[in-house]
Design a protein around this ligand. Sequence first.
Ligand code: GDP
Length: 326
Amino acid sequence: MTVIKMAKIGSVPIFSEAKIYVAGHRGLVGGAIIRRLKKAGCKNLLTRSLGQLDLRDQGAVARFFRREQPDYVFLAAARVGGIRANSTFPAQFIYENLMIEANIIHQAYLHGVKKLLFLGSSCIYPKFAPQPMKEEYLLDGKLEPTNEPYAVAKIAGIKMCQAYNRQYGTCFISVMPTNLYGPRDNFDLLDSHVIPALMRKVHLARMSGAPEMVVWGSGSPRREFLYVDDLADACLFVMEHYQESEIINVGVGQDLTIRELAEMMARVTGFTGRLRFDPSQPDGTPRKLLDVSRLTALGWQAKVPLEAGLRSTYQWFRRSRWARQG
Ligand code: GDP
């Protein structure tokens, strides 16, 4: 008889002998999931870089699953980006995400993966959904146009998981994280999300002694931000405690305006110049706040306050290659 050793971190026991595949381990989310799994004592972790395995390639993904036969899968691989990247590369956002999800979910079914966790996004909810957004608002209205192709691909991933559970009896669960940030994010000024973009802009302004920093849009949209290590913790928690086909939100339950975020960023980084809002850039959806009561009822809550998360992200940023680029 095989004895499965349990490693226990907090309230999350993990099968330390199980073979766990983290798709997208070099990304913001996948990297944090790997750190969290290692902390939980998991030793048999399976990863592949894009150069080793192109997840858009059906044949390559099939061969990989046939050879490796993972027990558990965290599907964190995705083409992601901020408001401008989504509008500039809509074809890549829909094609790459559909291919990655379809290939991995189908192979996970064919090779008897015990449980798969699919990472969605809060942008799957309708643009004018009541706030905070409950899981049941999915497909209740029109999507935000700036990221509709990405959102449609993510909704397809959710529906695939649900359909496979229904038809084949698999255990594929889907979590919807709110806007994420943290170490290893993409700090590209044009294509990143708001937190890395503002952090890098502040840094550049400080280095060049610029008196002001440009913030896109009106500053009035409201967003919720989750530190990526909190998300990774939640992913392990739901992998352990959640077996439903229904999607589950992961967030902090609080939001703030982009203006308040920019002010906090200035405080954290010591930037004393002016903030200039550029209304020629899009605001996107007016508000994105998740209802997290389903996850809270299971016993999980975010731990890292935004200001503390920004401080540790900034510490990482200052040592990264991004800080050396002009
Ligand atoms: P979204 O949550 O999908 O809209 O994605 P983003 O993180 O890209 O943008 C969030 C909000 O921050 C939007 O209202 C943007 O207009 C605003 N924002 C302000 N400055 C910036 C910036 O420098 N980069 C980005 N990406 N967004 C910014």
